[in-house]
Design a protein around this ligand. Structure first.
Ligand SMILES: NC(=O)C1=CN([C@@H]2O[C@H](COP(=O)(O)OP(=O)(O)OC[C@H]3O[C@@H](n4cnc5c(N)ncnc54)[C@H](OP(=O)(O)O)[C@@H]3O)[C@@H](O)[C@H]2O)[C@@H](O)CC1
Ligand SMILES: Nc1ncnc2c1ncn2[C@@H]1O[C@H](COP(=O)(O)OP(=O)(O)O)[C@@H](O)[C@H]1O
Ligand SMILES: [K+]
Length: 488
């Protein structure tokens, strides 16, 4: 599923109209799809208030409101203009709600959801009154009452192409037909929150897009149920070079994540002096192999994939040299993370990277690998990097990008700011390693791992606004189910 400009979206709509599709039927399906996604996210009924302008964006919110009411939600409406000034379709959608709607916050319990239907792709320039006042009211309810803001199509007031503009800051943005390009820019990311897509068969995404929204609708079949006669040899064997004294947690998190994502066997390779600190906290399912040459052992043990880097800052100098030498020779596919990447950068060996390598830098690690690209736009930098070094790059950040030679770059919509804590990256590399070991293409392994870790962290929000790496681990199984059920 690609990203399009506002103008390209209008062209897709025009093409649908020429084929005889009505704007009203698009709006009905858009509003229903938005409500379905909201009901997936909020299974317990609560209170929903639609904030609408006079355009069709408000129509989407009114249709969604009707479905929420059917599901037992208390509803209310805050309209910026008298009904006589609204467009034809929103007026019709208002009549389909039949009863008069209160314009005060509904009483009762459950989540307070604000449907932002002030402006969609029709937004031009800074949000004007009376819309600006309603946007401020939403922001106030979000800050002071724990309200959740769900934007219809786009957060109101942001530009569909650039994502620039001060307007509504949403927790979720449910975009219709095809995701708008502005949602993928740093400014758009800061306003949009979690992006969900309502695909409409009559608005097919254009082919050949450079950026794709990653998710279960666009990539079905990546996590199919296992055949009944599956055995642990089919699940993949992973060799792990991770952890050192003071950084044992990184190895535990990566190993546990690999197991939870379905790896058949995980072996941690360590130097003898690291054993006392690393063996005890390891989960019992992990094999710990001790030798003076753990790097050589890991590379020659016949593993299906390697995970190299979490917490290995204290690896011996001979170990580091062995690692760099081994990476240049034939070896199984490998995830390279954290200090594994720092060693490469420090030694000036980034040119070793090729199609066997899935690298997972955060922005700081990326800067060390490619200082000249770090100031560029993230998408351009990611593409330039894999053109220079033909590996798979998972570039972390508030929204992760996955780039690989010859592939459209993928944009991961899951995860939240509560994940900004140590150890999340170790979990991600373990999960990606498990998928590599099962023979998945590196760019699929990377994208799926990012999606699942972000989704697991979203599930953990039920416990509170901050998600630790252990919370993410606990929810990985549920995230895998969510993917398989294609509900997110
Ligand atoms: N078309 C379709 O088939 C489908 C469309 N769909 C939905 O419709 C959305 C697009 O709807 P839309 O074209 O009616 O525009 P919309 O975003 O509601 O706003 C236009 C109004 O905003 C006003 N306005 C503009 N800038 C402003 C500002 N800065 N500050 C204040 N006001 C401002 C402008 O007023 P004017 O400047 O003309 O006075 C105009 O009246 C789309 O995003 C999707 O959600 C889906 O249902 C699928 C089918
Ligand atoms: N604001 C945010 N929104 C969404 N995801 C985030 C945010 N901050 C961090 N993350 C995710 O959390 C993970 C942190 O990884 P990393 O920085 O490598 O952590 P560590 O090295 O401490 O394990 C990344 O996958 C990143 O995309
Ligand atoms: K909106």
């Amino acid at each position: 599923m690609s990203f399009v400009t506002g103008a390209a979206m209008r062209s897709l709509e025009e093409a649908a109209f020429r084929r005889g599709v009505s704007a009203e039927s698009l709006m009905d399906r858009a509003g229903e799809g938005i409500a379905r996604r909201l009901l997936d996210h909020f299974p317990q009924p609560g209170r929903a208030v639609a904030y609408i302008g006079k355009g069709n964006n408000g129509g989407d919110a009114l249709v969604a409101l009707r479905y929420l009411r059917e599901a037992g939600w208390q509803i209310a409406l805050k309209a910026a203009y008298p009904e006589t000034e609204w467009g034809v379709l929103p007026r019709r959608k208002r009549r389909e709600l039949v009863e008069e709607l209160p314009n005060a916050l509904p009483e009762g319990s459950g989540p307070l959801l604000l449907l932002d239907g002030l402006l969609g792709i029709g937004a031009r320039g800074t949000l004007r009154e009376p819309l600006a006042r309603l946007a401020e009211e939403m922001a106030w309810l979000r800050d002071s009452h724990g309200a959740v803001v769900a934007a219809m199509d786009l957060p109101s007031g942001i530009d569909a192409d650039s994502g620039e503009g001060r307007g509504v800051v949403a927790d979720l943005t449910i975009t219709v037909g095809v995701a708008k390009l502005g949602l993928s820019t740093p400014a758009g990311i800061a306003s949009a929150g979690r992006i969900l897509l309502v695909p409409l068969g009559d608005l097919p995404p254009p082919e050949g897009s450079a950026l794709e929204l990653f998710g279960p609708d666009a990539f079905p079949g990546l996590l199919s149920p296992r055949p009944h006669d599956f055995h642990k040899g089919d699940s993949g064997r992973i060799g792990l070079l991770a952890g050192s004294p003071g950084m044992t947690g990184a190895a535990v998190l990566a190993a546990t994540a690999a197991l939870r994502a379905g790896a058949g066997l995980v072996t941690l390779h360590v130097e003898p002096e690291f054993l006392p600190s690393l063996a005890a906290p390891m989960p019992p399912e992990v094999m710990v192999k001790v030798s003076p040459t753990p790097v050589t052992d890991a590379f020659s043990a016949g593993h299906d994939a390697l995970v190299i880097g979490p917490g290995i800052a204290n690896m011996s100098k001979t170990g580091q040299a062995d690692l760099l030498a081994r990476l240049a020779k034939p070896h199984p596919p490998a995830v390279l993370d954290a200090d594994g990447l720092n060693f490469l950068a420090t030694a000036g060996k980034t040119a070793l990277l090729d199609s066997r390598h899935l690298i997972t830098p955060h922005p700081g690690e990326f800067r060390r690998l490619a200082p000249d690209l770090a100031e560029k736009d993230r998408l351009a930098a990611a593409v330039a990097f894999v053109t220079r070094h033909p590996c798979t790059l998972l570039l972390k950040g508030a929204r992760t990008l996955v780039a690989a030679p010859g592939e459209a770059t993928r944009f991961n919509p899951t995860g939240h700011a509560g994940m900004a804590s140590g150890g999340q990256g170790d979990v991600l590399s373990g999960v990606a390693g498990a998928f590599l070991a099962q023979g998945m293409k590196p760019c699929d392994a990377a994208s799926l791992a990012a999606w699942l870790c972000g989704r697991a962290a979203e599930r953990a929000l039920a416990k509170g606004p901050v998600t630790t790496a252990s919370d993410t681990l606990d929810e990985l199984g549920g995230a895998m189910r969510d993917w398989q059920e294609r509900r997110r």
